[in-house]
Design a protein around this ligand. Structure first.
Ligand SMILES: NC(=O)c1ncn([C@@H]2O[C@H](COP(=O)(O)O)[C@@H](O)[C@H]2O)c1NC=O
Length: 537
């Protein structure tokens, strides 16, 4: 539950008493307690159907909205609060004599506080199988109207849109004998407009899923990746927290989250220094990498590229193999692990200086071992696959499907005279999965579920092949190599063979494939094509 930023100052100026509050909430968390505090200060409660019921059940005195408006709630709840007695009661300016006489002559009573949270539209629209009619019916009309009215008239009215704000408001009401300060009303108003903006963004985005001609024919999609690209890209992610600085200390930065509590932005930090911008980027890279594997996997990342990746029977084994791959570069890196970290693994990992670790969890013994390393950032992550990726370019944004392509042994096309052994195929597929997470041009040497050398981000493929080999500390003889894109010339393949590789996995598709295949045959290399490319820019 997110509350409005820094609603925490009980001492206040520009105080306005709250005498009548209108409560109409879908999320009833904390409602009764908050309403009880209001009544303790003599506030009269007015409510819509379900909210009034919830309050009465707990013994609170409530006026039904229909009594206030003199009109029944009608049209299946489509019209409950959409009435001049509600909006006039909220919107009139208390210091304006004409406004006052207008409301008095129409029997409109002032409403000083509006407590509203909206129909759970986003949840309904995200539910696979939700029908068009259900999605439409879950568009809240009366709630946002009241929220906007109250936020506009913040000089006189407090608008409360998040149960997360109740405790701070209770404290302020207590401190000021049932009144709220101007600063609080203003902060609440800003949060309210941010909420209605996000709500409308969610509606506009969700409706893109339904066709122009027969929207009712479709149900919401289980997988956003199948949905058409939006005609207009609207993003509304509230701020999660400000960061000390960005990629460099002279750049300001903040993290924004989709509030799902998943992924790196939704991770829980258990200990350690504040997460930095670069930590978050690297943690994301290593978390995404280890999600490639069903087996226990560990990835050590430096500047978004892996310097060691391995799978193993245990976290300890996978970690030791990953570290052995490039122990020098691993210093000061971040680690991604796709299993709960146990005591044995924690004992070993704690010997290395690393910035941060992302894992689905940690055993109590592992936590106790890490507790001694005060600066080490530990985060637990709930996985949520990314459907689409956004990148900024000057003047615009690029949107693409996430690279979720997965290759299995059955997808491979054998193109050389010598065919890879089963063990070689396993190593090739391992290298291929790692290679997808290495900046292009990417060349990954591997064997037995362990990287041996990673050639990343070079402007020529042959240089990546050479660098990967140059960095290797473990022997490369008989290794398996993945190349994220085809070899435009035989030279890259020749460099790999010279380093000792015996098998290669690559997409194929070059006009010079026949030359490259002939070179592999000449060098005794078993080569397979995936038909899929994994550029990473
Ligand atoms: N139609 C209206 O006039 C109206 N007024 C308030 N609501 C919403 O009704 C919900 C609360 O309903 P209830 O108190 O019956 O549980 C709130 O989420 C509120 O935003 C309305 N519903 C939808 O538009």
């Amino acid at each position: 539950m997110i509350s409005s930023p820094s609603l925490s100052t009980p001492a206040a100026s520009g105080l306005k008493p709250v005498r009548r509050a209108l409560l109409s909430v879908t999320d009833k968390t904390g409602l009764v307690d908050f309403a009880r505090h209001l009544t303790n200060h003599g506030v009269e409660l007015v409510s819509t159907g379900g909210t009034a019921r919830a309050l009465r059940e707990e013994g609170l005195k409530v006026l039904d909205i229909s009594e206030l408006t003199g009109f029944p709630e009608m049209l299946d709840g489509r019209v409950k609060t959409l009435h001049p007695k509600v909006h006039g009661g909220i919107l009139h300016i208390r210091d304006n004599a004409e406004h006052r006489s207008a409301v008095e002559s129409h029997g409109i009573q002032p409403i000083d506080m509006v407590v509203v949270n909206l129909y759970a539209f986003e949840k309904t629209a995200a539910r696979p199988g939700a029908t068009f009619a259900e999605v439409i019916e879950n568009i809240d009309i009366g709630g946002p109207s009241m929220v906007r009215s109250a936020a506009k008239n913040f000089e006189d009215v407090a608008v409360v849109t998040s149960p997360g704000d109740y405790p701070a408001l209770i404290a302020e009401l207590e401190a000021n004998q049932g009144a709220l300060g101007r600063e609080t009303r203003w902060k609440l108003a800003k949060a309210a407009f941010s909420l209605t903006a996000a709500y409308d963004t969610a509606i506009a985005n969700a409706l893109e899923q339904f066709s122009d001609s027969r929207p009712e024919a479709a149900v919401t999609l289980a997988n956003l990746a199948e949905a058409p690209f939006p005609a207009s890209l609207r993003i509304s992610y509230p701020i999660a927290f400000p960061l000390r600085y960005g990629e460099n200390p002279h750049q300001r930065a903040a993290l924004y989250s989709n509030q799902s509590g998943t992924g790196i932005a939704g991770a829980e930090q258990l200990q350690g220094k504040e997460l930095s911008y670069n930590n978050l980027v690297d943690l994301d890279a290593c978390w995404e990498l280890v999600q490639e594997f069903d087996q226990t996997a560990v990835a050590i990342i430096k500047h978004t590229n892996p310097c060691g990746v391995a799978i193993g029977q245990s976290v300890l084994e996978a970690y030791q193999k990953a570290l052995a791959s490039d122990p020098v570069s691993a210093f000061g890196g971040v680690i991604g692990i796709n299993r709960v970290v146990d005591a044995a693994a924690a004992e070993e990992i704690a010997k290395l200086f690393v910035e941060a670790i992302a894992a689905p969890g940690y055993s109590p013994e592992a936590l106790a071992r890490f507790a001694g390393k005060k600066n080490l950032r530990l985060i637990t992550v709930r996985n949520a696959p990314i459907d689409r990726v956004i990148k900024q370019v000057s003047g615009g944004l690029l949107l693409q499907d996430a690279d979720s392509a997965r290759i299995a042994a059955a997808d491979l096309k054998m193109v050389t005279t010598r065919q890879p052994t089963e063990a070689e195929i396993d190593s090739l597929l391992f290298a291929w999965r790692v290679c997808k997470h290495v900046k292009s041009n990417a060349i990954v040497y591997a064997r037995n579920g362990q990287t041996l050398g990673v050639g990343a981000g070079q402007m020529s493929r042959v240089d990546s092949a050479r660098f990967g080999a140059m960095k290797a500390v473990l022997p490369l003889a008989g290794s398996a190599v993945a190349s994220d894109a085809f070899f435009p010339f035989p030279d890259g393949l020749e460099a790999i063979a010279a380093a000792g590789a015996a098998s290669v996995i690559q997409p194929g598709g070059s006009v010079r494939d026949p030359e490259v295949i002939a070179a592999a045959d000449r060098l005794g290399i078993a080569m397979v094509f995936t038909g899929v490319r994994h550029f990473r820019h």
